[in-house]
Write a protein that binds this ligand. Structure first.
Ligand code: GLU
Length: 279
C-alpha cells in the first residue's frame, strides 16, 4: 500500500482560530496513526487578501501546536503557471468558457425571478448569460473562465467519493456537482480559483487523504468533476465537524477570543487547545 499523505492547507488572509487548530491537529494525528506524511500548503491565490504577516503567524501557531511538516512548503501563488496549463487543456476541450459578467449584471439577470436556486455556498447559480453560444454583447474586459457544468457532467457521468466518518467507518457519497452550476475556474483577477488549484495541488502533492471542515463537504463534488476531467487520482475524504463560536456560528477569520494567538497570550497550553476543540 502507498504511504498515506495528509495536508493542512490554510489561506493566509487572517490568523488561525480553533477551527483551524482542529483541522491541523486531526490531519497530523491521522497521519501519525496511519504512518503517513504530513504536508502544509499555503493557499494564497487571493493576492489581495493574503499577507506575509498572516503566513508568518500561521507557521508560528502551527509550530507552537507541535506540528512538523515537510519542506519546502508549497505556496500556491508560486504555481500559477501550472493552473493556467490545466485550464488550457479544459479550454481546448471546450469545457470552459469566458464570462465577462460583473456581479451586478448577474444580479440584474436573475432579479425578479422568484425561487432562483443558490449553490451550496448560498450564492445564486450563474444564469448562463455568457454560456456558448454567447449572446451578441461584446464587452472589452478581462473574462473569468467558467466550467460548463452540463457538458462536464456529460463527460464524467455520475460521480461519488469515499468519506471517512467520525467513527472511522467509510461511506460512499454521491456527488452533486450540478448544484453548483457553472463554477468559476479562473477569476478575472487571478488565473485560477480555489476549486482548480486545490484539486491540482492535492494531485501534484500526492495527497491521499483530504481532511478538512464540513463547510467544504459540498465543494468535493466540484473537485471530483475536475479530478475526473483532468485524469487525476481520487483521494479519500474526511470532513470534520466545525467549531462554533459563542454565537453558534462558524468561526471566521476575524474570530477574536477564539484566535490561537489570543489564547496563547492568555497562557493556554496545547493540551487546553486540544480540549477546547474536543480532541
Ligand atoms: N484553503 C482553504 C481554507 O483555508 C482550505 C482548503 C481545503 O482544505 O481544501 O479554507
Amino acid at each position: 500500500m502507498t504511504q498515506p499523505v495528509f495536508r493542512f492547507a490554510p489561506s493566509p488572509n487572517g490568523p488561525l482560530h480553533l477551527g483551524h487548530a482542529l483541522s491541523a491537529l486531526l490531519n497530523r494525528d491521522m497521519a501519525e496513526e496511519m504512518g503517513g506524511r504530513f504536508l502544509l500548503r499555503i493557499e494564497d491565490i487571493d493576492t489581495e487578501r493574503s499577507r506575509p504577516e498572516f503566513e508568518a503567524s500561521i507557521l508560528d501557531d502551527l509550530s507552537w501546536l507541535g506540528l512538523r511538516w515537510e519542506r519546502p512548503v508549497r505556496r500556491q501563488s508560486e504555481h500559477f503557471r501550472e493552473y493556467v496549463e490545466a485550464l488550457e487543456t479544459l479550454k481546448a476541450r471546450g469545457l470552459v468558457y469566458p464570462c465577462t459578467c460583473t456581479r451586478g449584471e448577474i444580479r440584474a439577470a436573475i432579479d425578479g425571478k422568484s425561487g432562483w436556486p443558490n449553490d451550496p455556498d448560498g450564492t445564486p447559480i450563474y444564469p448562463g448569460t455568457c454560456r456558448p453560444p454567447p449572446g451578441a454583447m461584446f464587452v472589452d474586459r478581462e473574462p473569468a473562465w467558467r466550467l460548463n457544468m452540463t457538458k462536464a457532467i456529460e463527460e464524467t457521468g455520475p460521480l461519488a467519493w469515499t468519506e471517512i466518518r467520525a467513527d472511522g467507518s467509510t461511506e460512499t457519497i454521491m456527488a452533486d456537482p450540478a448544484a453548483w452550476g457553472d463554477v468559476v475556474l479562473a477569476r478575472r483577477d487571478t488565473p485560477t480559483s480555489y476549486h482548480l488549484s486545490v484539486t491540482l495541488d492535492d494531485a501534484l502533492q500526492g495527497v491521499t487523504h483530504v481532511v478538512r471542515g464540513q463547510d467544504l463537504y459540498a465543494a468535493t463534488a466540484v473537485h471530483r468533476v475536475l479530478q475526473t476531467l483532468l485524469r487525476l487520482p481520487e483521494p479519500i475524504y474526511h470532513h470534520h465537524r466545525l467549531i462554533l463560536g459563542a454565537d453558534g456560528r462558524k468561526l471566521s477569520k476575524s474570530a477574536g477570543s477564539e484566535a490561537l494567538h489570543v489564547l496563547r497570550s492568555d497562557a493556554a497550553r496545547v493540551a487546553d487547545i486540544r480540549r477546547l476543540v474536543g480532541l
